[in-house]
Design a protein around this ligand. Structure first.
Ligand code: CMC
Length: 381
């Protein structure tokens, strides 16, 4: 495409490419809904399994439907031994997201319905995939730590089972509820780069596994996943609340970005950060360890004083890393955990998009030369 009146939407910013009933964000007010339900209510009353049902079927389940889904997730949590074997053989320094991406990609051909893009088959595949990404994430941890893998339990719920496969014992109530809420908060968020990548892939009528591989690949980059790891590093570097103000002012004077603050869509407090903060407080209370919480609160206060008027507030990543750290989860697993939760949202978007599919094919504005004369290679100087 060429011409002088072309408007370029770099990064597709503010371009609406589809309709959705999956989530609604009001960035000015700091509001998030999943399929019509406020995120605060889902975090308070719901479970990750119920949110998965909500995203896939666009309504809350009845008791029997929820029980069936839970059973289905448990029954499908195993992954083929060849894939476990491959995961074990990846180079020691392999990026966890590369292991996850390749494991999910390898799962595709094992699914008997891989090429069936009907809504019903894709929901069945979404359930199988969701069941397996939890196992893959926990296995990445076991393998990275040089520990034997722990097969999924046949009894525990999704969040509890994840912690069980990681640490080999049934988690306490607060820890499993925190993971459950973390999964709910990361499940869906409209069309960030990863979901857009998944939609681009499915819009060619590819398959749902390939679409999720695209989502995982896009989430790997630090501009999308990974800010919580950096926010945690910063809190550990600051160490105490007394050092927070000086640290932040110095970093801002050096034009550094403070990780866990600011958002492309939210220009108010990210509602997910508020919920994470509350669970961070509960965890500190349980462990009677307050230094990191107080340091984080001070950083938040200083940042809001300095940059709140520019619409910069804590985002989901500010408190999540600190919470995971207190649960004993290493930072390399934070982005795979994000992908594990977001598989529900990615698959739901893929299924929704296919109901009214349109090949995603944007244009680029050509600014190179035209009509150049082809010179044979022997004559090029
Ligand atoms: N620290 C310091 N200044 C900031 C920050 C920050 N974290 N975020 C934005 N700004 C400033 C930026 O310097 C710019 O200032 P000026 O107008 O003077 O040049 C202004 O705010 C606007 O910045 P922008 O880059 O145009 O805003 P954006 O909407 O493109 O940025 C962002 C969004 C998330 C990339 C950015 O806020 C950022 O880099 N934050 C830190 C990384 C982070 O926490 N990422 C996680 C995002 S939430 C993930 C999720 O929802 O899944």
């Amino acid at each position: 495409m060429s011409g002088s009146d072309v408007v370029i939407h770099k990064g597709l910013e503010n371009i609406i490419i589809t309709e959705t009933t999956l989530s609604y964000i009001d960035g000015e007010k700091g509001i998030l809904y999943y399929a019509g339900y406020p995120i605060e209510d889902l975090a308070k009353y719901s479970t990750f399994e119920e949110v998965c049902f909500l995203l896939w079927y666009n309504r809350l389940p009845k008791r029997k439907e929820l029980d069936d889904l839970k059973k289905n997730l448990i029954e499908n949590a195993d992954i083929p031994w060849e894939i476990v074997d491959f995961m074990k053989k990846t180079p020691k320094n392999a990026h966890p997201m590369d292991i996850m991406k390749t494991a999910v990609s390898a799962l595709g051909p094992y699914d008997p319905e891989l090429e069936d893009n009907s809504k019903e088959a894709n929901i069945r595949k979404a359930i199988r995939l969701q069941a397996k990404v939890g196992t893959i994430t926990a296995y990445i941890y076991r393998i990275k730590e040089g520990l034997d893998i722990i097969p999924p339990s046949r009894r525990l719920g999704y969040a509890e089972n994840f912690l069980y496969m990681m640490f080999g014992k049934e988690p306490d109530k607060l820890s499993s509820r925190i993971i459950d809420v973390a999964l709910i908060l990361h499940a869906e968020h409209e069309l960030p780069a990863s979901t857009t990548a998944a939609l681009t892939t499915i819009s060619t009528l590819s398959d749902i596994y390939s679409a999720i591989v695209s989502g995982i690949a896009a989430l790997k980059g630090p501009l999308h996943g990974g800010a919580n790891e950096k926010a945690l590093e910063m809190l550990k570097e600051i160490k105490t609340p007394e050092r927070a103000e000086e640290y932040i002012k110095k970093a801002l004077a050096e034009k550094k970005r403070i990780m866990g603050f600011g958002h492309r869509v939210y220009k108010a407090y990210d509602p997910r950060a508020r919920i994470f903060k509350e669970y961070f407080r509960k965890l500190c209370e349980q462990k009677n360890e307050w230094t990191m919480y107080q340091t984080a609160e001070k950083v938040e206060e200083v940042m809001i004083n300095l940059l709140g008027k520019k619409g910069i507030f804590p985002n989901i990543d500010f408190y999540s890393g600190a919470v995971y750290d207190m649960l004993g989860i290493p930072s390399y697993l934070f982005t795979p955990m994000f992908a594990m939760a977001r598989t529900s949202g990615w698959t739901a978007h893929v299924i929704e998009y296919l109901q009214d599919n349109r090949l995603i094919r944007p244009r680029a504005h050509y600014i190179g030369q035209l009509d150049l004369k082809y010179i044979p290679i022997e004559q090029r100087e």
